[in-house]
Design a protein around this ligand. Structure first.
Ligand code: NCD
Length: 322
């Protein structure tokens, strides 16, 4: 096996054994955290005691930032964050991200979690880290329209637990496939498993990125792209829905088209009995609230898994056993 990369930047970099190890760590953490006595929690809080995690978020975040900082605290780390780096850091004054990254890394955090509106910024930070700071690990927590690999880990962990594996699944991914970075990272991860088949459902102007379609073709992963088709929901094991990324430019989707991409109880009813409905959240109306209590709707559990998956990621980075 090739050596594991120091940074978490893109889903393509993961290997199946690495993913399996993360699932095992996540299982142990989740189970023990929820079922063992308080001594286990106290023990956990010594695992990474004193280490510093930067969480520098240049775009809004609820789940990713909270789950990362909560994960760090539960492992005894000190998270250091900015509320909104696009307003409260020198990027407001026009500082280029290379300079910000080089200075922030020079204060020597132990790990640097970064979210930015521009694709590729996490990779830039990783390059600077390798060049000047002996590879302090960089974690991409979402780079513009690029990727969000730790969200994809949360997503596939949730699928893995509910479906009992990741092979031979038909996965429908719907919404803004052009700019939705969670969809990009999820496709790259799932494409590693045998027998996966994708159905991409989006308005034409938000269709899946060409580079990802080429990647799938090159790796012989079957997919088809379509407009919204109710029959696609009926044949899928997993339905992964996303919002339109309205903050990323002004592609306008006509309201009557947006309306078509809305999942309500009627659509959930059509899904297989044992199918699951996921969403990275935030949901902006594309899944009706009436669905929240349905047993197929797993997005709250998915968000909760974010805490344990991110604890596992931190344990894995520092090579400690929970
Ligand atoms: C996603 C993101 O930031 O890309 N949110 C998240 O991290 N769970 C999805 C989104 O904003 O639509």
């Amino acid at each position: 096996m090739t050596q594991k990369p120091k940074h978490i930047l893109r889903s393509q970099d993961f290997t199946i054994p690495w993913l399996e190890n993360l699932f095992t760590l996540t299982d142990a953490l989740k189970y023990r955290y929820l079922h063992e006595d308080t001594r286990y929690r106290e023990q956990l809080a010594t695992l990474l005691r004193g280490k510093i995690m930067y969480a520098i978020f240049g775009e809004p975040s609820t789940r990713t930032r909270f789950s990362f900082t909560m994960a760090a605290k539960r492992l005894g780390m000190h998270p250091q964050w900015t509320e909104d780096a696009s307003k409260f850091s020198s990027s407001v004054k026009g500082e280029v991200s290379e300079h910000s990254a080089r200075v922030l890394l020079s204060y020597r955090p132990d790990v640097f979690v970064i979210r930015h509106s521009v694709e590729g910024v996490a990779e830039t930070a990783a390059r600077i880290s390798d060049e000047y700071f002996r590879g302090i690990p960089i974690i991409n927590a979402g780079d513009g329209e690029g990727q969000h690999p730790t969200q994809a880990l949360v997503d596939i962990y949730t699928i893995f637990k509910k479906k009992g594996g990741l092979n031979n699944l038909t996965v429908a991914i719907g919404g803004d496939l052009l700019r939705g970075r969670t969809c990009h990272s999820l496709v790259y991860l799932l494409a590693k498993y045998p027998g996966i088949e994708f159905i991409f459902l989006s308005p034409q102007e938000l269709a899946m990125r060409e580079d990802i379609l080429e990647y799938l073709s090159r790796h012989n992963v079957p997919f088809h792209s379509d407009r919204f088709e109710i029959s696609a929901l009926a044949s899928s094991d997993v339905v992964y829905w996303t919002r339109t990324q309205t903050e990323r430019g002004d592609i306008r989707v006509r309201p009557e088209i947006a309306e078509k991409y809305t999942i309500g109880l009627r659509e959930v009813e059509i899904m297989k009995n044992d199918a699951i409905l996921l969403h990275p959240m935030p949901i902006n109306g594309e899944i009706k609230q009436e669905v929240d209590r349905d047993k197929k709707a797993l997005y709250f559990e998915q968000a909760e898994n974010g805490l344990y998956v991110r604890m596992a990621i931190l344990c894995d980075i520092f090579g400690v056993e929970p």
